[in-house]
Design a protein around this ligand. Structure first.
Ligand code: BGC
Length: 407
């Protein structure tokens, strides 16, 4: 699978969910605190105007993917991609508990049919951090009693939307969600509570298992997994015992803990790769360059050692469900893609069973608590006109993919 990924709340527009409520409550604060949080970035002057404007933190019309999806799928084809990962917006399907919106279900049926019509494989994601307001108000995933709601939602999607779908991801990046929601408390439900965070993390393993069982009962041939956020974690000083021990522990806590809990409930390992982290003692100590627009150190080739470790841990096919770079001027993306392709090729040559690479993202989108200024899209979107323009790096990648598909 060669493809790209999106998430409902980041592209659709006009949602009403836990995030839209939080955005309205927090936009002014985020704009006010932008300089303190982002002022150190080398591109601060370029982003200042946007980052200090409360509007930046409102998802609003999104990039109107909800109504422009056919146009976007044509661009997927133009990029020679054959797979799209997208998420279903739970809050559209079930705006009130137990009340299903048939129009929303029909929308996603048309959506999937439009992909199939173009020969694009749909990879359906159940939960990418956004959910109905009523679910949030009931305590979301922090309460075990609420898992039945997620299971019911999974069943509904299973009953209604799996025709033509062979791949499903149940949840996206549970570690990042828990970290932002309960540990640093910068995103909804924004509650600093370590124990609650751990408990929620545990509940998410159960949520996945329940969804897995329900979906596989409905459609046994389905391939079900998660989209885990995994980092290439390395010791800064390879022969230093402390760096080495911390690295081992961090790998376990960040990368493997969740996947180990759901080991027997996965048909593939799905993971998102963005980061290499070097540990000096207990502190991360990354090189200062190259940095992307969000100040993340970039080491795309770190995908290879990570793939080697994943393959050693789990004897399952692997799908890279996200990988990409915030790069408004498109100066790094082509290099990033080239390095990622090399890392992939190397892993495949080693006999590692990599089935797919999905780039993040298809379109410029709403980057959660950072808002609109970070640009991850293969396709640039002008939010005034909603005009889509394929970035030069993406064109180059499309050429490579054409060659691969020919050979
Ligand atoms: C998330 C995406 C996000 C991307 C880039 C991942 O952690 O799954 O929703 O847009 O990173 O920040």
């Amino acid at each position: 699978m060669w493809g790209a990924s999106t998430a409902s709340h980041q592209v659709e527009g006009n949602n009403h969910n836990n995030w839209t409520v939080w955005e309205l409550e927090n936009a002014a604060r985020l704009a006010k605190g932008a300089k303190k949080q982002l002022g150190h970035l080398s591109n601060w002057e370029d982003i200042r105007q946007q980052a200090t404007d409360p509007e930046n933190y409102i998802s609003g019309r999104g990039v109107e993917h909800f109504i422009r999806y056919e146009e976007d799928f044509d661009l997927v084809k133009e990029l020679n991609l054959n797979t799209l990962r997208f998420s279903i917006e739970w809050s559209r399907l079930e705006p009130e508990p137990g009340q299903w919106d048939q129009a929303a279900i029909d929308h996603y049926k048309r959506y999937i049919a439009a992909l199939k019509k173009r020969g694009i494989t749909p990879l359906l994601n159940l939960w990418h951090w956004s959910h109905p307001v009523w679910f949030e108000e009931a305590g979301g995933f922090s309460k075990q009693a609420n898992l039945r709601y997620f299971e019911r939602y999974a069943k509904k999607v299973g009953d209604e939307l799996l025709g033509g779908v062979e791949y499903v991801v149940t949840i996206n990046e549970p570690n990042v969600f828990v970290g932002f929601a309960y540990l640093v408390a910068e995103r909804p439900p924004q509650e600093k509570n370590f124990l609650k965070g751990l408990y929620t993390y545990w509940n998410l393993t159960k949520a996945h298992k329940r969804a897995y069982r329900v979906l596989k009962t409905i459609k046994p041939s389905l391939h079900v997994g998660v989209a885990a956020q995994l980092a290439n974690i390395q010791p800064k000083r390879p022969h230093n015992i402390i760096d080495f021990t911390v690295t081992k522990w961090m790998r376990y806590a960040w990368n493997w803990w969740f996947l180990n809990r759901i080991r027997r409930y996965q048909d593939f390992i799905g993971f998102n790769y963005y980061f290499t982290d070097y540990y000096r003692g207990v502190k991360s100590d990354n090189p200062k360059v190259p940095m992307n627009d969000m100040g993340f150190y970039m080491e795309p080739e770190g995908l290879y050692p990570l793939l080697v470790r994943i393959a050693a841990h789990y004897k399952l096919p692997i799908i890279i469900t996200e990988n990409g770079v915030a790069d408004a001027t498109d100066q790094y993306r082509q290099w990033w893609l080239d390095e990622s392709m090399l890392a992939l090729t190397k892993a495949i040559d080693d006999g590692i069973d990599v089935r797919g690479y999905l780039h993040w993202g298809l379109l410029d989108n709403f980057e959660w608590s950072f808002g609109w200024w970070p640009k991850f899209g293969l396709i640039e979107v002008n939010r005034q006109t909603m005009r889509r323009t394929i970035r030069p790096s993406a064109r180059k990648w499309a050429e490579q993919l054409e060659d691969i598909q020919k050979s």
